[in-house]
Ligand binder design. Sequence first.
Ligand code: NAD
Length: 439
Amino acid sequence: MTTATEQPADVVARLRATFRTGRTKPVARRTDQLRRLRALLTERGADLAAALHADLGKSSTEAYRTEIDFTVREIDHTLDHLDAWLRPESAPVPAHLGTDASAWTQYDPLGVVLVIAPWNYPAQLLLAPLVGALAAGNTVVVKPSELAPATSAALARLLPAYLDTDTVAVVEGGVPETTALLAERFDHIFYTGNGTVGRIVLRAAAEHLTPVTLELGGKSPVFVDRDADLAVVADRLARGKFLNAGQTCVAPDYVLTDPRTAAALEPLLTGAVEALYGTDPQSSPEYGRIVNERHFDRLTGLLESGRTVVGGGTDRTDKYIAPTVLADVDPKSPVMREEIFGPILPIVTVSGLDEAIAFVNDRDKPLALYVFTESDATRARIAAETSSGGLGFGLPLAHLTVSDLPFGGVGESGMGNYHGRYSIETFSHRKAVLAKPLG
Ligand code: NAD
């Protein structure tokens, strides 16, 4: 466990010493730590759910679905497949090396990994990278977000109670503590959060030539084609957008559609919001809250960017912003100039598919792009003509629950990826080995 007086350099030195003993490398040791983490989640899930409720007003259902059970599934998937993922892969040897030579790749753990997590899914986004880093045989320093203080405290209490404290260290704190950590040499840094801090992390890592994964955000667009079943679209959009009060990195940020489809979608979105949270979402136990006053003030400043279709209500003392849909939104308005990261869904009209593709390509590469269409040709064009971290046809958010898909961004939305076997790729070095008998 880290003590109040233990400096970042001491924490890293302690974990590096563990790594040097080699004891984190045997697969049995890795799976033992993963099973302990699983036990934490099943035995103390309620503690984490209570902390998530305190930080974000998350309902218990949502806390389990999107954070606790999500991580349990990631662990189970890893336990099921780790042996196969780690198996060395042989490579054909060129003729000039002779028929007795052999070549293969093997996965080596990197050493000491730093995981820096954000506040919006403060348990999942710290623990899912931890699963991968442990499965790959590393020691790990985890830094929870100070903006989710109850979850940070719960993780700092629970992780040392379940995991080997010389393998996993929790360092709590904000900018000064993270800055001090980043001065140390790590073998990989895994950062989830905004691009401004992502750049700080990348600069700090450059000093030590440390490889970095950046899981960033941005505006994830939705294109609704005129042939789509709009009742289904409205339901799935509302569920994806207003989960965690819109504070989801892959939440649909805005909708692009033609004017007629927009007009038809508006009442259906109103109905979908009411079906999910009733006519007074503030009293719905299923609806979350904005993380803090700073984000509340930022978001309320965006509410004037269009005509309110549904929502618009706010309560600062409760950090409540109603699930809100805005129509007739100008692409240059404030709500279209930054990642919204809150429960506001603007609808921007375009003439059709060509303009929608151009709209997306004129902006930063998104973390996710969602398309609702019945047309194979439209799907094929979107897939071929746009670039995004992930692409979802017909269902927002769900691609990140497929453990066999890599999760990560591209361009402004990040670099690198993880989940399942991709976490092994991220947290290992794939070593090339050539062997030629001496005889
Ligand atoms: P945040 O404020 O919690 O910051 C993330 C981490 O960075 C925290 O641990 C924090 O302590 C640290 N940090 C903050 N300032 C720092 C500094 N100056 N130097 C060093 N470290 C510092 O979270 P956030 O950035 O507000 O998170 C929201 C953003 O993250 C959104 O853009 C969202 O889209 C993105 N996000 C991406 C993913 C993903 O998986 N790609 C997931 C969640 C959130």
